[in-house]
Design a protein around this ligand. Structure first.
Ligand code: ADP
Ligand code: MG
Length: 384
């Protein structure tokens, strides 16, 4: 038997519950209570506000009557766990307000008991949209700083390497010129001298000459890496001829490894460029193709070009199946390589891009092609 309350006691309890009610309504975080049937039985003002409807419209209703089914399927399960296991859950979700605005909220739910001793779920919601936005902004700005630092480090690495290459090239060039000069002189002297072993000496001289030529080419490579030839004057060249000359440097290697060349270079197109540099770019592309397909059975590399009024377009394609996107995005970065240590430097593509940029052209990986394809666009008339 419950002892009946006096009028004064009843009035005090009413006042007290009004007092609590007021406090709950002042709290800016939405608060709600659901019974064991997942029916909303209480909410503060903030909850009604976030739902965008008056309390009368949602009190006494279950989640399924108020929210989209996919959303409730998940939260229903959590609610059951809260009720059955007396655990506290906390989960973050994206909700759409009545006005269409999207907010990120953190909902914390715990089990409690109502005045009759029945289990209820008490939920407190915190709107963390601004917090998340700030966190994202901080993350983005950190990333930007990181990228800038990386670019600076790469640029300084490149310029250090460029200086080194240029230094080495000069160091080698001087003694090379001496050897070349002396070999030529000996050759001249031999003409006037009767000697038994003239043929043999001539043979040695030829070997010296060939070796010197080879070293000269390496030096030329170093120079083009240092981009010293940026200062060379442009020249008018026949593109087909330039390509053939470049191919001469690697065609034997391709044949040895069974890579066939598909050439379509019969057009006659002239363009004004620094030919050593363009040849360097081509060699970089050809070498990359070689590395990519050398193990394939029916390996091929195709070279072709066409032109319009202002530009020539050169297509270097190989039998490879294309470059996966995450890799393709990075290939023009200096020092990016997928090759084993000692094999790749990761510089070929970035140097090539630098050269083509300096020619006011474009070089890009053509992701629409079925086979791995690079395209170079060069203006026919280089201005400076
Ligand atoms: N034809 C190609 N087929 C497949 N991958 C390629 C091709 N060309 C370039 N790549 C990729 O681009 C990377 C960078 O090339 P590059 O700058 O020349 O450096 P390296 O050849 O020293 O690795 C290569 O390691 C490779 O992963
Ligand atoms: Mg390379």
């Amino acid at each position: 038997m419950t002892p009946s309350l006096t009028q004064a006691e009843l009035s005090k309890i009413k006042k007290h519950s009004l007092f609590i009610e007021n406090i709950l309504n002042i709290i800016p975080d939405p608060i709600f209570v659901k019974d064991a049937n997942h029916t909303l039985i209480y909410s503060n003002h903030a909850f009604a506000k976030i739902l965008g409807m008056p309390q009368a419209d949602f009190l006494g209703k279950s989640d399924y009557e108020l929210f989209p089914k996919e959303m409730v399927d998940v939260s229903w399960e959590w609610d059951t766990k809260v009720l059955e296991n007396n655990i506290t859950t906390e989960n973050e979700e994206l909700i759409q307000l009545a006005g269409g605005e999207k907010r990120t909220i953190l909902t914390k739910k715990s089990m409690s008991y109502d005045e009759d001793g029945k289990k209820v779920i008490v939920g407190v919601i915190r709107d963390i949209t601004d917090l998340r936005r700030q966190e994202e902004e901080i993350e983005v700005s950190h990333k930007k700083i990181g990228e800038q630092e990386l670019k600076m480090i790469q640029a300084s690495k490149m310029s250090a390497l460029g200086e080194m290459a240029s230094g080495i090239a000069h160091e080698i060039n001087n003694p090379l010129t001496i050897i070349q000069g002396r070999a030529r002189q000996i050759g001249q002297m031999l003409k006037n001298v009767e000697m038994d072993k003239k043929a043999e000496v001539n043979n040695y001289l030829e070997q010296i000459q060939n070796t010197v030529d080879r070293i000269a080419k390496i030096v030329q490579g170093l120079k083009s890496f240092a981009r010293e030839s940026d200062h060379l004057p442009k020249e008018q060249v026949n593109l087909s001829k330039l390509i053939h000359e470049t191919l001469d440097l690697c065609v034997t290697r391709f044949e040895t490894f069974g890579i066939s060349l598909r050439l379509n270079l019969d057009n006659e197109v002239f363009l004004s460029c620094r030919s050593v540099q363009i040849s360097q770019v081509l060699l970089n592309l050809l070498n990359n193709s070689f590395d990519a397909i050398v193990e394939e059975k029916a390996a091929w590399i195709s070279l072709r070009f066409n032109s319009d009024e202002e530009n020539v377009f050169l297509y270097v394609t190989d039998s490879g199946p294309g470059i996966p996107r995450p890799i393709a995005e990075k290939i023009f970065q200096p020092f990016f390589t997928t090759k084993e240590i000692g094999k790749g430097t990761g510089l070929g593509m970035s140097i090539s891009k630098g050269i083509i940029d300096a020619h006011e052209g474009e070089i890009y990986y053509d992701k629409t092609s079925a086979n791995t394809q690079f395209v170079i666009r060069l203006p026919k008339n280089l201005r400076q």
